[in-house]
Design a protein around this ligand. Structure first.
Ligand code: NAD
Length: 252
């Protein structure tokens, strides 16, 4: 997966799947920009990679704010370092809420970050990739974008991730002849800080494991390796694919 000479931007790279993806891209030789909602978080990611011997940059991108996304995309392009790879990873989750009790604010925040944030990121970086004539975007969807996992009451999260999957296909089709590929990884439950709320609910957590054929959570590195494949030329014929990495969850 040689990526030397490529510039890669990862959103939500301070921890979890974003940080693991940044590490995999660094390992493959890309010049990686780790971004997160605050410089403190982005720096935490950069420092974690530095401790492993990788050199990377840190920058602020709040995917809820187009201006902050555009600023990084435009700055890189203006300095002749247009991003070749975008991992649109940043996202949020929270404990289940019955659909009938979900507030407008909670609905709009979830859609605004997880779906609109992915679109804003693809738009900002995709524009420069199109102008340059090439690029690879990897979005992070979820098995929850394809199936309704129990016993969560996550109608807003599920709808947002289904939106990410179809956003991925739609952009892929629109940009296919212009050199920009767009694919998605749809993970099962991955052992990151995002799942803290779930681990605290022991019966629910046990039910999740019982419903997972492999009977375990995934590790961030197990998603990062798929991100790396999709980001690289090894997947050159793939665009609009939603790659399932779900420990067998959707087999049952
Ligand atoms: P995480 O909570 O460990 O990390 C998410 C990162 O995103 C954090 O560093 C956070 O600061 C950042 N972030 C949050 N809001 C942001 C914003 N507005 N702008 C920029 N950055 C922001 O989460 P994770 O588990 O690593 O999840 C990463 C992605 O994978 C998310 O899109 C999530 O929905 C998806 N996903 C996670 C799981 C799982 O089980 N962990 C499963 C399927 C999909």
């Amino acid at each position: 997966f040689g990526l030397s000479g490529r510039v890669a931007v990862v959103t939500g790279a301070g921890q979890g799947i974003g940080l693991a993806s940044a590490e995999a891209l660094c390992e493959a030789g890309a010049a990686v920009v780790l971004t997160d909602i605050s410089m403190e978080r982005a720096e935490a990611g950069r420092a974690a990679l530095a401790a492993k011997g990788y050199t990377a940059e840190a920058a602020v991108i709040d995917i809820g704010d187009s201006a902050s996304i555009n600023a990084v995309a435009d700055r890189l392009a203006a300095s002749g370092r247009t991003a070749d790879i975008l991992v649109a990873n940043a996202g949020i989750a929270h404990a289940g809420v019955p659909a009938e009790d979900l507030s407008d604010a909670d609905w709009e925040r979830m859609i605004g970050i997880n779906l609109s944030g992915a679109f804003r990121s693809c738009r900002a970086f995709g524009k420069h990739m199109l102008a340059k004539g090439g690029g690879s975007i990897v979005t992070i969807g979820s098995m929850s974008g394809s199936i309704v996992n129990r016993p969560q009451q996550q109608v807003h999260y599920n709808a947002a991730k289904a939106g990410v999957h179809h956003l991925t296909r739609s952009l892929a089709a629109e940009w296919a002849t212009r050199g920009v590929r767009v694919n998605s990884v749809a993970p099962t439950y991955i052992d990151t800080p995002l799942l803290t709320f779930a681990k605290e609910d022991k019966p629910m957590y046990e039910e999740w494991l019982d419903m997972t054929p492999m009977h375990r959570l995934g590790q961030p590195a197990e998603i990062a390796s798929i991100v790396l494949f999709l980001a690289s030329d090894a997947s050159s014929l793939m665009t609009g694919s939603i790659v399932s990495a779900d420990a067998g969850y959707t087999c049952w």
